[in-house]
Structure formats: structure tokens, C-alpha cells
Ligand binder design. Sequence first.
Ligand code: PMP
Length: 427
Amino acid sequence: MTNHELFQRAQQLMPGGVNSPVRAFKSVGGEPFFTVRADGAYLWDVEGKRYIDYVGSWGPMIVGHNHPKVREAVERAVRDGLSFGTPCPAEITMAETIIKLVPSIDMVRMVNSGTEATMSAIRLARGATGRSKIVKFEGCYHGHGDSFLVKAGSGALTFGVPTSPGVPKANADLTLTLPYNDLAAAQALFAEHGSDIAGLIIEPVAGNMNCIPPKDGYLKDLRDLCTRHGALLIFDEVMTGFRVALGGAQAYYGVKPDLTTFGKIIGGGMPVGAYGGRRDLMEQIAPAGPIYQAGTLSGNPVAMAAGLAMLELIQAPGFYDTLAAHTRLLTDGLQSVADGEGIPFSTNRVGGMFGLFFTHEKVHSYAQATAADTALFNRFFHGMLERGVYLAPSAFEAGFLSSAHSDEDLAATLDAARAAMRQARAG
Ligand code: PMP
């Protein structure tokens, strides 16, 4: 079977041929490839072609694909059964590990995806404050819960439906949106609605409108604003957690949220999410308290084993310094390739995540990210793909490096980029 044949079949069977929209290549054009194997920094498709992978399953694979330590932990766990429906010891180790590594977490609840984590966190914020409005940022993505598909990022932005049909107006009306990195707008919104706001949720480094770091002091100013108005500050660290630093963006920027959501890396590649934070808040979750949230497969022993093996590996001394240095090599290298070719280009990066923009400007805002040249990006994307380098198939997604990406992989990527940029410029 070829990639094309599989995609033809898939489209008859699944909406758009995929189980998650951005995978379909709709915004970059063309057709997706079908992966049959992944190892280290590479994916192999069904036709035997190898790709250097900068998507990393959209973030989780920070130690590379199919890491032997993670795989062996899963194999060991599987021998003892797949799901128990009772508490299991690995859940305690997982909770202890997250609490040890992330400064603001006193208690944690495991769930099965980032979407579940964010939905649960805002229910808790509403339940705990008795208020109903939440604040989110234009271009930020917090999963596909109704409250969040209002001016959302990621696939919602890529496909031009940032506010999805099917979200009841009454629900959308409770979500207030703000421009990212604009403190004055946040101050004005809180001045008007402060006493109705249960919580403000933010990607502390935005990664779903490409990659946009917060301006200096911005997160701290939001912290102060929330505290002053009695609203909870929720960091959605589904992407940034264990990615920009071992303690996540909150450790990197030194700002303490009330609640935090996780996903991706803590599952080691298995379907896992979590939310946690202040003890007095988390104790309001059932069965300790009245705010309900549950999950048949939550805390699944196999998923816990994968996540714990991953969390062990990333605690190796120097792990994040090396990852950040490699990410810098990549973004600096791409910048000099673009400069050499006379192509307008800028990059952002924090720890092991990065963003590439076809524009002269340093990008700090959603407006700038959406104004960059997406047609040029799409041509560049395909030029890279042809040469065996897989970037996220949308101009509005962040890229991810892993510890498995070698100097040779980076050099090969830059060689491909030189040719792909030339080709992209030619149109
Ligand atoms: N929050 C953020 C910041 C994300 O990047 C994502 C997914 N990319 C989610 C939430 C949703 O996570 P999931 O896809 O696991 O539901």
C-alpha cells in the first residue's frame, strides 16, 4: 500500500481521513504520510521513506521515539495487566514525581488527555470561586472543550474556524478573550469584568499559534492581576510542561499559578493528562470535595509506567541545557540560511520548543503570527518533506526537538533547508 492509497481509504472511513485535524495536511496542501515505525529522531512511512521528525507526536517524544527505557517500562507493566479500575502504586509515584518537579503543585489528578485536564481545571475554578466567566487568549489552544473553542489556536486556527459551530452561544458568552502579550487589554478587561472571572487560562509560552514566548514580566503581571481580582491563574502546561524546563514554564519564568494542566510528556507517548495545584483547591475535587470529575482509565498502570520512565530520563543532569543548546543551533542555523537566501524570516524558541515565521519581524503577537507569509511556509514545508524532514504541517504550530536529534541530524536539516528555501522563494 502507498501513502496515497491509504489516504484514499482513510477518507472513506474517518472524517478527513484522520483522527485529529492538523494531521490531514489540509492547510499545507498535499496528503499526509502514514507512519509505520518511529525510532529516535526519525519516522518511517509505509513506503519506507525516513523523516527527521520535528513534531515528536506533537510534543511528548522529548527523549526521541521508542526510547528503550520507556518501551521496557511499558513491556514490564503490560505483563501485569492493562487496567485495574482500582488504585495502583504507580499512581502514587507519578503524583509524587509531578509534585516534586513542578513548584506550584501540592496535589494532582491524572486524566487521559490535555483536553480533559483543561476542562476539569476550569470546572474547578468555577466551582471554587462561584463565578462563571473564564478568560483565554486569542490563538491559544486548550483542547476542544466547548469553553475553549472561542478564538482558539492550533487546528481551529489552521482551518479558519477558531470559534467552532456546535459551541452554544450561552457557553461561548462565558469565555472572554484577550490578545496575547497585551497587558493593557487584560487590565481593561479585569477592570470591567473582574468580579465575574473565575479564572484566566494561558499557555505560558504560546505554542498553538506557532511559538510565541511571553514578554518580560507579562506572566507576573497577569499573576498580580488575577490575585487582585480574586480570579485563579491557570497555566496550561500541556505543551510547555517538562518541555521548556524540568519544572515547566512556571519554573522557567518564576511565576506560580493556582492551577496547572499537563499532558504530552507526562504520558511518555501514552494518552495521559493531569491537572493540579493548590491543596485547598484540589481538595474540592470529588471524592475529597463536591466538584465532580472522574475517569474509567485515569491513572492507567501502563500509561503511568511510560510516563514515569520518561520523567526519570528528563531528570538527567544537563538534559535541558543540551536540549536548549540544540534548539538554538537549529533556529540560528535556519536564520542564517534564510538570511543567506535573502528570505524574510524570524524564529522564536524556549527550551526544546521553537517557532519559524516567514516575516522580517520578531513575533510577539497573534496578529504578527497570522500576518507572516503562510504560502511561503507551505512551500518550504513541502520542500523539507521531499528532503526527508518533517516539520509540523501548519504555519500555526510550534516545533519540538528531542534529545535524540544529533548534530548530524541538525546539519542534514540545515542542508535541506537551504535547498527548500531556494525552491520556496522561486514559488
Ligand atoms: N493544551 C495545550 C496547550 C495543547 O497544546 C493541547 C494539544 N496540543 C491541549 C491542551 C489538548 O491536549 P489533547 O490534544 O491531549 O487533548
